[in-house]
Design a protein around this ligand. Structure first.
Ligand code: FES
Length: 176
């Protein structure tokens, strides 16, 4: 083999080595960058997931679902359809209203208006709960404000009827 040929062959070999070395370096960089990209994506995904579920966490924190021992409110025959009955629950200070609708449904709410605490009454003719202080209206169906200044729903009292007697069995302070 001539010197020239030898030289060329050596040069080629050495170029290949350089390419391999650079290639290996690039591969190391690839691994490093891929790892970094993966970690960035994982952190990003965790943050996005956390933010997406935040409203549900806040809702769960704000909602309070209180289970209580059954408390006797009144015999159902003392509250005919289309009338209401005042009681207190869960303490004497928590005034409440039981409504027996014309359709035969039983609904119960604490009846301090969520605007400025005036008592709320059942308006049979319009089938609504009315706060006369500033004409605040609430739905009999779910206790949500429907007109006037109140912005929050009335606390819902969960009821059960056992042998013709209505019992309070818990309360939901914020409910959907
Ligand atoms: S206190 Fe009930 S509407 Fe103002």
């Amino acid at each position: 083999m001539t010197d020239k040929k030898k030289y060329k062959r050596n040069q080629k070999d050495s170029n290949d080595d350089m390419i391999n070395l650079v290639d290996n370096l690039n591969r190391d960089d690839d691994v490093k960058y891929n790892r970094r990209a993966f970690l960035k994506s994982a952190v990003g995904a965790s943050v996005a997931l956390g933010l997406a579920t935040l409203p549900f966490s806040v809702k769960a924190m704000l909602e309070s679902d209180e289970e209580e021992e059954a408390f006797k409110i009144v015999s159902l025959d003392k509250v005919p359809k289309g009338s209401s009955y005042n009681f207190a629950y869960p303490t004497e200070a928590d005034t409440a209203l039981l409504i027996h609708t014309e359709e035969g449904e039983i609904k119960a709410y604490n009846n301090k208006c969520t605007h400025l605490q005036c008592p709320v009454f059942y308006e049979k003719e319009e089938n609504v709960l009315l706060c006369p202080c500033h004409k605040g209206y609430f739905s009999v169906e779910n206790g949500h404000p429907t007109a006037g200044p109140p912005q929050r729903e009335l606390p819902l009292i969960k009821t059960e009827i056992r042998n013709g007697v209505v019992y309070a069995v818990g309360r939901k302070v914020r409910h959907g």
